[in-house]
Ligand binder design. Structure first.
Ligand code: ADP
Ligand code: MG
Length: 497
């Protein structure tokens, strides 16, 4: 990288200066003979020559645009030219640190781009060679007449401008990579969608991942599975050793110190409780374990006085979170939190982030109906996502053309018990302690799967009228609801194909 290279030169130059000063001092004080002076001159010349040789080592940003063009043609790659002021322009330095030095970007660039830097340093000590200054000025005259810094230009192999960014690019490094990737058609076609399904967190996960080859896919899968296991260890309320279980076993006793990640998930869960008026509430836990068992062992309804008692313990307002000390305290004895209604969505989002960070530009993570979707699939501009039919689970009843969003479906077909001929689903109405009823399936489309997952559960509890009303008030969130009579209802701005 050019910046690293400049630092290399700077370091060597200061070293030379240091040597020169010290040897000069010795030379004067001790009246060292001519031979010493000759040796000193030789040493200094060597040290001055070394930086000239350095560019051939470890440099992944060129400084010569003509050279870049030749390499681009030879390798059939696009060229990215960056105008920077490496010692005075804050956003340029940020770009160097956060984009050009980012491992995912480096890997992506190594495969797809020839990077060129035209630097305009202002400090005397960073002054470039006369030739370099002339080259950079000529480039600026052609491509940066307004003198924008940083300015980044993407060129085709034959120097046609494809896209320009002025200033630090908006969004994350992944967004930047994704944006560039859109313009690299010939590379895209080499990619393929690989699929794999496996059971994790007690449910089925389907992965559709766009990768260069089997090797990249296998690596991505390994990363994804490890990430899901990590999340499970954090949020499982079944595993006695998990941080979540520690919070539960200390209910009414004391606050428990946990990872920041868990505190933040709980804080977000409480926010969702607030907007859903408590229909979604992670403190539903005491009901779930003691009164309702959805594993087929239940034959009669729970005792109503016991249910009433348990309902009293459900209250998200009694989950005390301290984001400074990273502690969580359940104020009432017997309270329990559980992430059944948000955990899969959260895990899917965590996987998406991990995979995007490793350069996977498109994929779908489907955690038993909780899907997060990103990027553009190879043979299509957009993903087509099927929405499950609650009556025939493997037959989608409709589909959505969608990307960079989450689609989550909660249905009463997931987990339920039948008692005296009536079906009771696993989503509990926190107001009554009884399973919510009236709806068969709810699909929520939202910017991320965590939110969509929680909202789907909330709409189930709230019912069609109130549920749709809530969805229509939320920005960028849509819903499809099927009731027990198989009638379908849509939120205001949904488009179905
Ligand atoms: P699915 O598994 O069908 O996607 P959900 O995402 O709606 O279903 O999650 C249901 C799970 O959420 C239940 O099994 C239970 O663990 C938990 N849960 C049930 N009722 C509530 C509720 N009102 N608020 C929060 N979590 C709930
Ligand atoms: Mg849910």
């Amino acid at each position: 990288m050019d910046f690293e290279f400049n630092y290399g030169i700077k370091l060597l130059n200061s070293f030379c200066l240091f040597l020169r000063r010290n040897l000069y001092f010795l030379f004067r004080v001790n009246q060292v003979k001519k031979t010493t002076e000759i040796m000193y001159r030789i040493l200094v010349s060597i040290l001055i020559v070394i930086p000239g040789i350095l560019p051939s080592y470890g440099q992944d940003m060129l400084t010569n645009f003509d050279e870049a063009k030749i390499i681009a043609v030879k390798n059939q790659k696009f060229i990215m030219l960056n105008f920077s002021g490496s010692d005075w322009c804050g956003p340029c330095i940020k770009m160097k640190n956060e984009i050009f030095s980012n491992p995912s970007f480096k890997e992506f660039a190594a495969q797809n781009l020839i990077l060129v830097n035209a630097d305009f340093p202002r400090q005397r000590k960073n002054k470039l060679s006369e030739i370099q200054i002339k080259q950079n000025e000529a480039l600026a005259e052609k491509y940066n007449l307004d003198g924008d810094f940083p300015k980044t230009i993407l060129f085709t192999t034959d120097e046609k401008i494809v896209k320009e960014w002025i200033g630090f690019p908006k969004g994350s490094v992944q967004d930047f990579i994704g944006e560039i990737a859109q313009f690299l058609p010939e590379k895209k076609s080499a990619q393929k969608i690989y699929k794999h399904s496996t059971k994790l967190m007690g449910c089925r996960f389907d992965f559709s991942i766009q990768a260069e080859d089997q090797m990249q896919f296998d690596k991505a899968l390994e990363v994804a599975i490890n990430e899901i296991k990590r999340v499970e260890n954090l949020i499982s309320s079944w595993d006695d050793k998990s941080q979540t279980s520690k919070i539960n076993s200390n209910a009414g006793i004391k606050p428990v110190k946990v990872d920041k990640e868990l505190v933040q998930l709980i804080v977000r869960s409480k926010e969702i409780s607030k907007i859903t008026q408590g229909a979604f509430d992670i403190s539903f836990g005491s009901i779930d374990e003691n009164l309702w068992k959805f594993d087929g062992t239940m034959t009669s309804l729970p005792d109503s006085s016991e249910t009433l008692l348990a309902v009293k313990r459900i209250n998200y307002k009694n989950i005390e979170t301290d984001e400074t000390n990273n502690t969580v305290f359940l104020k009432e004895k017997g309270m329990k939190i559980g992430f059944g209604a948000i955990g899969k969505g959260y895990a899917a989002e965590c996987v998406k982030k991990k995979l995007s960070d490793m350069g996977i530009t498109a994929g779908v993570i489907n955690a038993s109906g909780d899907m997060t979707i990103w990027g553009q699939p190879v043979d299509n501009d957009i993903w087509t996502i099927g929405i499950a039919n609650p009556n025939f689970r493997n037959m989608p009843f409709s589909s959505l053309k969608i990307t960079n969003k989450a689609v989550v479906t909660s249905g009463d077909y997931e987990k339920f018990v039948v008692i005296d001929g009536k079906k009771y689903s696993h989503i509990i109405d926190p107001r009554t302690g009884f399973p919510a009823s009236g709806l068969k399936s709810i699909t929520v489309i939202a910017p991320n799967a965590e939110l969509a997952d929680a909202l789907a559960t909330a709409v189930f509890v709230l019912g069609k009228e109130v549920g749709l009303d809530l969805i229509n008030q939320l920005d960028q969130i849509e819903s499809i609801i099927i009731n027990e009579e198989d009638e379908i209802f849509y939120s205001d701005n949904i488009k179905i194909y």
